[in-house]
Design a protein around this ligand. Structure first.
Ligand SMILES: Nc1ncnc2c1ncn2[C@@H]1O[C@H](COP(=O)(O)OP(=O)(O)OP(=O)(O)O)[C@@H](O)[C@H]1O
Ligand SMILES: [Mg+2]
Length: 257
């Protein structure tokens, strides 16, 4: 089942009164299989947008729907289950360093098994097989027994990507997943996310700072500045003038390009 992701009138106001994001009056619809880059200078609200859209933090106003699921209306267990529909890849991987690569990926299967099984690590064969397929997909079949702390940064990020795939998510969000990777590994990770999104027909949203990555790997670009969306269009239409508009003076100074 392919789900469309819709963000409507989403805002997040911080306790000091400032707005982290202000999408009031704006609706953003992300189609299944579409990979979208979110660009913008530091502090533009890119992370806040992904965190609100997945309810890792609470939006102040607005609605998020993923397929039939009205994410912003849910509480408690229903909310945790719904969050499980979104695979989140973080810049700093967020692995359990003392777990093997395979066990880190199996964490994603916890919502598919009973609480006791998950806690005791009594995984079903079908879950282990899926986790191993996901590790294979990211090129780490041979490393399934290695502890996360023994893996390189690029390998750890690929385990994190495999964990997101093992969730069998309805959407994937990635917050600067390539920020600590070299160019070749960045390309690998972005290619994996793109291929998965197209094959499984899920929307993929990715915060990036590299314009070239947005143009090469993404179908669509959303440009943010000071919490607002200032550009939204196919990545092929992201002109240098549009980049200047998104980044303001920073682009003129050559930053973030
Ligand atoms: N927990 C918080 N409490 C208060 N303000 C916050 C909090 N988190 C973020 N902000 C503010 O919200 C705004 C948007 O921050 P956000 O982290 O979303 O930016 P970003 O576009 O992801 O930047 P970067 O590229 O540096 O990661 C910034 O002004 C930031 O200072
Ligand atoms: Mg950020």
């Amino acid at each position: 089942m392919s789900a469309r992701l819709t963000l409507r009138d989403l805002t997040r106001r911080w306790p000091d009164g400032t707005l982290g994001i202000d999408l009031s009056g704006q609706s953003l619809v992300f189609e299944p299989g579409e990979m979208t880059a979110i660009l913008g200078p530091s502090g533009a609200g890119k992370s806040t947008l992904l965190r609100c859209a997945s309810r890792l933090i609470e939006p102040s106003t607005g609605e998020v729907t993923l397929g039939e699921l009205a994410l912003t209306c849910l509480k408690g267990r229903a909310l945790s289950r719904a969050r499980g529909q979104i695979g989140f890849v973080f810049q700093q991987f967020n692995l359990v360093r003392s777990y093997s690569a395979l066990d880190n990926v199996l964490v994603a299967r916890a919502r598919h098994v009973s609480w006791a099984r998950g806690l005791l690590g009594l995984w079903r064969e079908v879950d282990v097989a899926l986790a191993r397929r996901c590790l294979d997909e990211v090129g780490l079949a041979e490393k399934h027994q290695s502890l996360a702390r023994e893996l390189s940064g690029g390998q750890q990020q690929r385990v994190a990507v495999a964990r997101a795939f093992a969730q069998e998510p309805q959407a994937i969000f990635a917050d600067e997943p390539t920020a600590s990777l070299d160019p070749q590994l960045s390309a690998t990770v972005l290619g994996l996310l793109r291929r998965y999104g197209q094959r499984e027909s899920v929307p993929v949203l990715i915060n990036v700072h590299t314009i070239e990555h947005a143009r090469r790997y993404c179908d669509r670009v959303i440009g943010m500045r000071a919490g607002r969306v200032v550009f939204d269009g196919p990545s092929s239409t992201l002109s240098d003038a549009a980049v200047n508009e998104i980044y303001g003076r920073q682009a003129e100074e050559g930053a973030a390009l």
